[in-house]
Write a protein of this length. Sequence first.
Length: 141
Amino acid sequence: MAIYSKSQTTVEGLDELIKECKKLGDDAVPFIKKVSDKIGNKILDRARQLVPVDTGKLKNSLYLKKPTNKKLNIYSLVGIGKEALYGIPLELGHKLVFFGKKTGLKVKERPFLRPAADENKEYAVQEIANAMNEALNTFGK
């Protein structure tokens, strides 16, 4: 059984837990997809709270792509919709251009996606470890 430590983002026995879950193969997928969706929704909600300036368009454009399974690499994606692509330079910062000419000035980043993910890192590790343990317990391994 893996033990999660809240003081740091580590799970004792994680390597063994991952090895055992890989043996389950496709049987473990529903457990991990479910928790991936749960974590993604939590990050999405927090990102919407952290949007620095908004008329509602950017907050409403943020979306969660449901869990994808590619060779047992299961993940969800929180992204910015096409209607509010200005959120990308807002998140990352950018160089200021005035009437097509470079000004040499930079606009500082005002991230909201990365902090939302970072704030939920420990929660994600705990939830994934719990889901993996649940899968192993369900199939008696």
